[in-house]
Design a protein around this ligand. Structure first.
Ligand code: HEM
Length: 490
C-alpha cells in the first residue's frame, strides 16, 4: 500500500489517473465528461493575477524588530516602541520599481524597502525605498513619471528618450537621478543596502506633543554595490540573483539585520526649517536633526510559498497605528489612496484576510462591520449584527483622540510647494555630487552619459544636462563632455 496521500479533484474526489485523459476508446478523441482534465486546464489558465503596476519584481522575508532604546517613548505613544527589548514580528518586501516580472534584480533602479510591523494595535506598514528621497514631490506627476520609465507604447521596451525627456522637464528629480546613477544605484544584494521611510511622518506622544520624523534602516552588513558592468554580467546569468542571495543567507542562519534610526523635528520647527520638511526630493541634514536609535530589525524566516505570502502581500502607507500619522507631504498624501485601491483591484476586497495581510498582532484579529464581498473565506461575522451602533455588544469605537494633526490656512486651490529659505531643485543634488570622491564622480558621470547618449533628440539632452549644470557647473560640464564623446564615437 502506498503511503502517499490520495490525489483528489478540487472538490475532493479521488483521482484515479493523472497521466491519461479519458478518451472514446484507446485511439479516440478526449471526452468532455473528463471533469478532472477540464478543471486542471481551467485552473491553470487562471494562475496569474495582475502584477503590481510598479514594484512588480520582489522578494520577501519575515523577522523580528526589537527595541534597543526605550527613551523613544518620549516622542511617540506607539506601543511598538514602548519598552526596552519589546519584540514585534515583521514582514519585509524588497523590490525594484520599473521592471515587470522577470526583469533582472540587478537593474539600476531604486529598491522598494516595504516593512510591515504586526503590532498589537494593528499592522503598521512603512512602505519606503532604499533612498531617502524621491524623483518627485507631488503625487499628481507619478503616473506620467512611471509611464516614462516603463515600456514604451510602441517599442515595448524602456526608452532612454522617454526616461530623459521626462527628467528634462522635471528639475526636482535632479537629486534622485544623481543618487540613482551613483554607486548606490545598484546594490550588491538586498542585505547590503539601507532602507528609508523616505517621507516625513508625524509622531505624537502621551502628552499630545507632536513631532515630525524620518526613518532610516541602516544595514548591519555594510553597504556593497555593483558597477554597471558587474550588474549586467550577473543579471544576464542569474536574473533572480538578489532573491537567491537573500534566501541562501537566511537558510545558512546568517540573518541580515538593520538598525532602525529616526530623525525627530519638533512640530514648531517645521515652518522655519531651511528646507521644506515635507518635500520628498530633499533630505534633512543630520547635523540639524541627528539620528536617534530605535531598535534592531532582523530577517530570519523565508516564506514557505512565494505566491501566497509575497505576491499576495498588500502593504499600504495608509496603515498607521496610534502614535503615528501622515505629514502634509504631497507624495505621501497621494499614496494614502493609491495602495488600498491597488490591492482591491489586484487581490480583491477581502485581501486583508489573507494570512500575510491580516493583523496577526491584534488579539482576536480585525473586528468591524465590513461584510461579504468576493471570496469572503472566514465566517463573515457569523450571526453577529452587521451595523453600528447596536445594542448587541458589537465592537465599538475607542473614543481616544489621536492627538495627531497640523494647522493649515489659506484658500483651496493648486499651489507650487512652498519654498523654504534654502530650497531650490538643485542645492542637494549639487551637495551630493560634491560629497563624492573623484573616482565616484567619474563613475557617476560615465553612468549618466552611457544612458543619456542613447537619446535621439539634442533638445532633450541639452535640457537634461542643464539640470546637472545648475546642480554643479563642473558636474554638468563633465556630463556634457562624456555624452559628446560617446556620441562622436558612434
Ligand atoms: C508599490 C503607487 C510613490 C514605494 C506601489 C504600488 C502602487 C504604487 C499602486 C503597487 C501596490 C500593490 O499593487 O500592492 C504609488 C504612487 C506614488 C508612489 C501613486 C506617488 C504618489 C512611492 C514612493 C515610494 C514608493 C515615494 C517610496 C518612498 C513603493 C514600494 C512598493 C510600491 C516599496 C512595493 C510595495 C510592496 O512591496 O508590495 N506604489 N507609489 N512608492 N511603492 Fe509606490
Amino acid at each position: 500500500m502506498s503511503t502517499r496521500p490520495q490525489l483528489t479533484t478540487e472538490s475532493g474526489a479521488p483521482v484515479a489517473d493523472n497521466q491519461h485523459s479519458q478518451t472514446a476508446g484507446a485511439a479516440g478523441p478526449v471526452l468532455l465528461q473528463d471533469h478532472h482534465l477540464l478543471e486542471k486546464l481551467a485552473r491553470f489558465n487562471r494562475e496569474r493575477i495582475p502584477e503590481r503596476v510598479v514594484h512588480a519584481v520582489g522578494s520577501g522575508a519575515y523577522g523580528t524588530f526589537v527595541v534597543t532604546n526605550p527613551n523613544i517613548a518620549r516622542y511617540t505613544r506607539m506601543k511598538l516602541f514602548s519598552e526596552q527589548g519589546k519584540s514585534t514580528e515583521v514582514f519585509l518586501r524588497f523590490s525594484t520599481v520599473a521592471g515587470s516580472k522577470g526583469a533582472p534584480d540587478t537593474a539600476r533602479d531604486p529598491r522598494g524597502f516595504a516593512v510591515r510591523f504586526y503590532t498589537e494595535d494593528g499592522n503598521w506598514d512603512l512602505v519606503g525605498n532604499n533612498t531617502p528621497i524621491f524623483f518627485l514631490r507631488d503625487g499628481i506627476k507619478f503616473p506620467d513619471f512611471i509611464h516614462s520609465q516603463k515600456y514604451d507604447p510602441y517599442s515595448n521596451r524602456q526608452e532612454p528618450d522617454n526616461v530623459w525627456d521626462f527628467f528634462s522637464h522635471s528639475p526636482e528629480a535632479t537629486h534622485q537621478f544623481t543618487w540613482l546613477f551613483g554607486d548606490r544605484g545598484i546594490p550588491a544584494s538586498l542585505r547590503h543596502m539601507d532602507g528609508f521611510g523616505s517621507h516625513t511622518f508625524q509622531w505624537v506622544n502621551a502628552n499630545d506633543e507632536r513631532f515630525f520624523v524620518k526613518f532610516h534602516f541602516k544595514t548591519n552588513q555594510g553597504i556593497r554595490t555593483l558597477s554597471t558592468q558587474e550588474a549586467e554580467a550577473i543579471g544576464g546569468k542569474d536574473p533572480q540573483h538578489h532573491q537567491s542571495d537573500l534566501y541562501a543567507a537566511i537558510e545558512r542562519g546568517e540573518f541580515p539585520s538593520w538598525t532602525l534610526k529616526v530623525q525627530v523635528m519638533p512640530e514648531a520647527e517645521a515652518a522655519t526649517y531651511r528646507f521644506n520638511p515635507f518635500d520628498l526630493t530633499k533630505v534633512w541634514s543630520q547635523k540639524d536633526y541627528p539620528l536617534i536609535e530605535l531598535g534592531r530589525m532582523e530577517l530570519n524566516r523565508t516564506p514557505d510559498n512565494f505566491f501566497a505570502e509575497v505576491e499576495q502581500a498588500a502593504l499600504d502607507p495608509a496603515h498607521f497605528v496610534p502614535g503615528i500619522g501622515p505629514s502634509p507631504d504631497r507624495m505621501l498624501q497621494a499614496r494614502l489612496f493609491a495602495y488600498g485601491d491597488a490591492a482591491r483591484y489586484r487581490l480583491g476586497i477581502n485581501h486583508t484576510q489573507l494570512p500575510v495581510n491580516s493583523p496577526k498582532g491584534v488579539k482576536g484579529g480585525a473586528r468591524n462591520y465590513g461584510r461579504d464581498g468576493g471570496m469572503r473565506f472566514d465566517g463573515n461575522g457569523g450571526r453577529a449584527k452587521n451595523y453600528e451602533p447596536n445594542s448587541f455588544n458589537g465592537p465599538a469605537q475607542s473614543n481616544e483622540a489621536s492627538g495627531l494633526g497640523f494647522s493649515v490656512s489659506g484658500t483651496t486651490g493648486t499651489y507650487v510647494n512652498p519654498r523654504h529659505a534654502e530650497d531650490n531643485d538643485y542645492v542637494q543634488a549639487g551637495d551630493l555630487y560634491r560629497l563624492m570622491d573623484e573616482p565616484a564622480r567619474e563613475r557617476l558621470v560615465a553612468n549618466i552619459a552611457g544612458s543619456l547618449a542613447q537619446v535621439s533628440r539634442e533638445d532633450i539632452i541639452t535640457r537634461a544636462i542643464s539640470h546637472f549644470r545648475q546642480a554643479d557647473e563642473q558636474y554638468g560640464a563633465r556630463v556634457a563632455a562624456a555624452v559628446h564623446k560617446l556620441r562622436q564615437s558612434r
